[in-house]
Design a protein around this ligand. Sequence first.
Ligand SMILES: Nc1ncnc2c1ncn2[C@@H]1O[C@H](COP(=O)(O)OP(=O)(O)OP(=O)(O)O)[C@@H](O)[C@H]1O
Ligand SMILES: [Mg+2]
Length: 255
Amino acid sequence: MSAGVVAPRAGTPPEAAGEPLLDVAGLTAGYGGTPVLHDVALRVPAGDVVAVVGANGAGKTTLLRALSGLVRPRAGTVRLGGADLLAVPVEHRVRAGLAHVPEGHGVIAELTVDENLRLGGLWRGGGRDLRDAVDEVYALFEPLARRVASPGHQLSGGERQMLAVGRALVSRPRLLLLDEPSLGLAPRVVADIMAMLRRLCDDHGLTILLVEQNVRSALSVADVGVVLHLGQVVATRPARSLLHDDALRHAYLGF
Ligand SMILES: Nc1ncnc2c1ncn2[C@@H]1O[C@H](COP(=O)(O)OP(=O)(O)OP(=O)(O)O)[C@@H](O)[C@H]1O
Ligand SMILES: [Mg+2]
């Protein structure tokens, strides 16, 4: 693993041999009295991309929100690096190594690229380390380095998505949660974003839980695909084998 923006912070315990970085079991969550996720189980090994795919309303966003603490689970366990994540207060989950890029990116249009990136350090304090982390993002994402002083609204869709990922990396996460990074982007740009995600794992030791309706793109870069249907996991398979399972695709993924 290279020492870079996504290198785990000093003091982060190494994963126990064979343990996944993220281990979710029996997760049940919803809104008010309405359950959305039912007994969800999934594992994300360190260094892998795991893609959660499923139709509109399957519960993909709710799953990520339950992990980052925006939705309170009713039952289940979530372990990150062996530690009980649900016991960590929401405001400390970034420090625990979790970064969430929400649907729609969350880039602030009025702020410059540099300001947006520095916001990524909000939960971990400022200082020299923040500047270093932002500079490491510029080294990773050349197009952002050329737009340092541009406001968010002047960026292309692909650049905005890059900025959203870059801002998450500033917090030096161990696990990146990504909600529909392909949304609204042209196919060519989607391919670039997916390739970038793969590189972050392969070359920089990041681990990614990717949620996508764009099933083909997501499964083309993922190691493992998890199919979510009406809030339940109906299949967990090597990504490539899912892509070629016609019956499963027709039944749950609509193509
Ligand atoms: N804030 C909310 N309050 C109540 N119900 C909600 C809320 N957000 C989502 N839901 C419901 O939860 C279910 C799952 O929604 P969710 O957004 O997790 O699905 P999704 O798989 O991300 O869908 P999409 O692919 O359209 O983004 C849906 O039935 C939705 O109507
Ligand atoms: Mg969603």
